[in-house]
Design a protein around this ligand. Structure first.
Ligand code: ZN
Length: 445
């Protein structure tokens, strides 16, 4: 392992991280020049203050959508795309520490944002500065871009791209090592079709999760129970009705889960024949790759399409389903949407867009990926490491020629978005050494 990072550098970084964790920067109501709430705005101001103290030039969008800090000169810009917002603490009783106070215990740094993404943001900023202090000169300008709405709708980065210059290459330190060079396109949409007076359902879950349970509390519970038995679907009887059981996973891994909502829909289709939404679900089946609907859609670079149906609402006026598709990187988006529209038309359904994120794809034999992989392997000794693909989404896809690189090691326990989020101190140190090696390789002649 190389040794660019001293205890002093790491301790300074940890102190700065404490200042960031102390800002409860989750999304709240908009305030003047704080479109995502004052907590996020204060975190944005704090990271810029820290950057300034380190010697970076800083800029803040007057409306509070984003900020950046840069250092060095050159025609090209190397970008680090980070975010200062966090998800809320969730159930406080599940935490052993105050989520908005950095607590160092058991060899780890505890607090909301230590892994996602305040820890990695601070780690990369302090690493880069350490290299300059050690006398290196960079051949590119380096810009840290601080987004503010990563956990919701990415409106901060949309503003950045509207108003500011792009970068020439970059990383998002907001995932896992070694690196992600392909992130599937992400399409969330609604299918809207005819209502029914025979059955009423109001089952709504998050777009990005495979429903782990689905409850039927209508009047035909006996018949529905028989249908569930015929299909061999697991369920429980309770005072609330029949609860169909599945296995919830993230929508990007939908084929690995069991969608309870689809199982209920398939059983209901036997009991309520001719209801458009149920006929659709019956024909869609349990295949979360959408293959029954559209045939197999996949590519070599990023694998198969995933297609998650996470809500089912039926009333007398209309029926409505939420879908989340993770689209292979080389599949043409417009053509795919056309195909979906064509395939739902026979069921009298219409397609409605909700949100689309373009894919990320940086060829893995190119300089950026090769250089970053070499740095990772040099520090960790993990010679078998391969760059990966993901159905998840990082800010890397908002910038050209950018990949997700760290900061979690493959052995770091994943506590992102969970209670007791923490980052082991030694993992942080190794991540900083990997970044140091990578920055040196990318930025020094
Ligand atoms: Zn993040």
């Amino acid at each position: 392992m190389t040794n660019y990072i001293t205890d002093e550098i790491q301790n300074n970084a940890i102190n700065a991280l404490g200042r960031m964790i102390a800002q409860p920067s989750y999304n709240t109501d908009a305030a003047p020049n704080a479109p995502f709430g004052t907590g996020i705005r204060l975190a944005l101001d704090e990271i810029l203050k820290i950057a300034k103290e380190l010697g970076y030039q800083t800029y803040v969008d007057p409306e509070g959508y984003y900020g950046y800090a840069e250092i060095g000169s050159g025609d090209e810009i190397f970008g680090l795309v980070c975010h200062v917002d966090v998800v809320p603490a969730g159930d406080l009783a599940a935490w052993n520490t105050n989520p908005f106070e950095l607590v160092q215990k058991d060899g780890a740094l505890f607090g909301r944002g230590t892994q996602d993404d305040k820890g990695p943001t601070i780690a990369t900023m302090f690493t880069l500065k350490a290299l300059l202090d050690q006398g290196m000169t960079f051949n590119k300008k380096v810009r840290f871009i601080f987004g503010t709405d990563e956990e919701i709708l990415w409106r901060g980065m949309a503003k950045y791209n509207e108003k500011e210059a792009g970068i020439d290459m970059g990383i998002a330190p907001d995932a896992e090592f070694p690196l992600v060079y392909a992130e599937k396109g992400l399409q969330q949409s609604y299918l809207v079709g005819p209502g029914s007076s025979e059955i009423e359902l109001d089952l709504v879950n998050a777009f990005n999760a495979v429903p782990g349970s689905a409850t039927y509390n209508g009047s035909k519970q006996d018949q529905v129970e028989t249908a569930l038995q015929v299909h061999n679907f697991k369920y429980q009887k309770s005072a609330d009705g029949l609860i169909v059981q599945g296995n919830s996973v993230h929508a990007m891994n939908a084929p690995e889960g069991t969608n309870a909502l689809l199982r209920l829909g398939i059983a209901l289709a036997d009991v309520f024949p001719g209801v458009a939404a149920l006929e659709f679900i019956k024909s869609f089946g349990e295949d979360a790759t959408g293959a029954n609907l559209m045939g197999v859609i996949k590519d070599d670079a990023s694998g198969q399409l995933t297609f998650n149906i996470s809500s089912l609402q039926i009333n007398a006026q209309e029926s409505r389903m939420q879908i989340d598709m993770r689209i292979p990187v080389t599949v043409e988006h417009d053509a795919l949407i056309q195909l979906v529209e064509e395939k739902v038309t026979p069921f009298n359904f219409k397609y409605e867009n909700f949100d689309y994120l373009e894919p990320l794809y940086v060829p893995k034999d190119g300089t950026l990926v090769q250089t970053l992989m070499k740095a990772y392997i040099k520090v960790t000794g993990d010679t078998a490491a391969e760059p990966g693909i993901s159905g998840g989404a990082t800010f890397a896809r908002t910038m050209k020629n950018s990949v997700a690189f760290g900061a979690m090691l493959t052995t770091t326990p994943d506590f992102m978005h969970q209670a007791n989020e923490h980052w082991p101190v030694k993992d942080m140190r190794m991540a900083m050494e990997i970044y140091a090696e990578a920055f040196k390789a990318l930025l020094v002649d």
